[in-house]
Design a protein around this ligand. Structure first.
Ligand SMILES: [Zn+2]
Ligand SMILES: [Zn+2]
Length: 236
């Protein structure tokens, strides 16, 4: 069910699902009823209220949304790639299969917590989705922000055209990489870590390569694949 799971601060949990949890995305041609049933099972597993786990309509943008229990869920057509819960009271999910899932936790005044998730592929990373997520967390009063960089395609597997590597590394040099077979590549986890360090965010890279680890979905391994998820929720 989980590739990794840990309580990261008082009552706040972060996890990354594996493919035993099944496909959690509605946009990949899977049966919507089957996806909803897996999402419900996941909510039961996390111990959160039915229907409370918030998913995003991800489009490789740098847009950040805010989720609060006081506000209704945004309409499903709202396109965002990061979501902040100012009081960490809304369970959040980010779906991936090779892109980078990043999950955030922070402290707020009076001993409170804030949380966030972000979907960072090459485009989102370069357009600042992580930078915007950290800004949004700070805007709601979060400090001591920490980030968990989950499993994605690794720098030794993520082959890209030479021109794309050159252009990407002009913006973010730490993306530079080479595949294990000697062709141009990008290292998304290294690029994310570099950006987060610059922002003063304590970052933990969990490692794991979606292309190499068959417990994880990988679009590059199979374009018909499902999506696994990065999750953050508060114990209820
Ligand atoms: Zn993606
Ligand atoms: Zn790899």
């Amino acid at each position: 069910m989980f590739w990794w799971r840990e309580q990261v601060s008082d009552g706040l949990w972060i996890a990354f699902t594996d493919n035993a949890a099944g496909n959690l995305a509605l946009h990949v041609g899977d049966s919507p009823a089957a996806v909803q049933s897996r999402r419900s099972s996941m909510e039961t597993e996390l111990g959160v209220a039915p229907g409370s786990l918030r998913f995003m309509n991800q489009v490789h943008s740098a847009n950040v949304g805010v989720a609060s229990t006081a506000q209704p869920a945004p309409p499903p057509e709202t396109e965002i790639d990061a979501l902040v819960s100012p009081q960490a009271d809304v369970p959040l999910a980010v779906m991936v299969a090779d892109c980078l899932p990043v999950v955030f936790a922070g402290s707020t005044a009076g001993g409170g917590q804030a949380s966030a998730v972000a979907h960072a592929g090459r485009r989102g990373l370069l357009d600042g989705v992580l930078v915007n997520t950290v800004s949004a967390l700070r805007a709601v009063g979060a400090s001591d922000i920490r980030a968990w960089v989950g499993p994605s395609i690794c720098g030794r597997c993520y082959e890209v055209p030479e021109k794309m590597r050159t252009a990407s590394c002009e913006q973010l040099p730490r993306l530079y990489s080479e595949t294990s077979w000697g062709t141009p590549a990008l290292d998304l986890p290294a690029g994310a870590e570099a950006q987060l360090e610059t922002l003063g965010v304590e970052t933990r890279r969990l490692g794991g390569c979606t292309l190499e680890d068959s417990r994880l979905f990988s679009y590059r391994r199979n374009p018909q694949t499902g999506r696994f998820a990065g999750l953050v929720w508060r114990e209820q």
